[in-house]
Ligand binder design. Structure first.
Ligand code: DQA
Length: 144
């Protein structure tokens, strides 16, 4: 089983962002925990980060070649307005889980709308890095 984890814009500078909201960890540390979890679950994982909408769309489209069994995506700010990412997810046939470090429903009003979630299998929000780890467990369970 192979899982693709996509991190959206500004997550590459996570350690510089508000630590009371995002936890203060750098993306590399989060990716290490993701890799550790993958080993524990006996799955392969690939991580990808981009600040560019088109690069994220291209990456999602690679799963049309059956490269992955599931995708976990933190679309970051694109969550709230990227119809291009939504359409790419809608076009592929594997489970996609949207994740967020912070609880998008407990912050600014504009963050409580996700245009991506309706085309995802589900959404996990507000559990910090555990949002990613719980999503990995769910994909593994669904793949049985
Ligand atoms: C985020 C929440 C988004 O609203 C925000 O734009 C981010 C990170 C999160 O993981 O909590 O960049 O996706």
């Amino acid at each position: 089983m192979k899982i693709l984890v996509i991190h959206g814009p500004n997550l590459n500078i996570l350690e510089k962002r508000n630590s009371s909201i995002y936890g203060g960890k750098a993306l590399e540390a989060i990716n290490s925990l993701i890799e550790e979890k993958a080993k524990e679950l006996g799955v392969e994982v690939e991580t990808f980060q981009s600040n560019f909408e088109g690069a994220i769309v291209d990456k999602i489209q690679t799963s049309l070649d059956l490269r992955y069994d599931g995708i976990i995506i933190n679309p970051a700010a694109f969550t709230h307005y990227s119809i291009a990412i939504r359409d790419a997810i809608e076009a592929i046939d594997i489970p996609v889980i949207e994740v967020h470090l912070s609880n998008i429903y407990g912050r600014d009003e504009f963050r409580s709308k996700s245009v991506i979630a309706p085309v995802c299998k589900g959404q996990i929000t507000g559990l910090g890095v555990y949002s990613y780890l719980v999503a990995m467990e769910a994909l593994k369970l669904m793949n049985k």
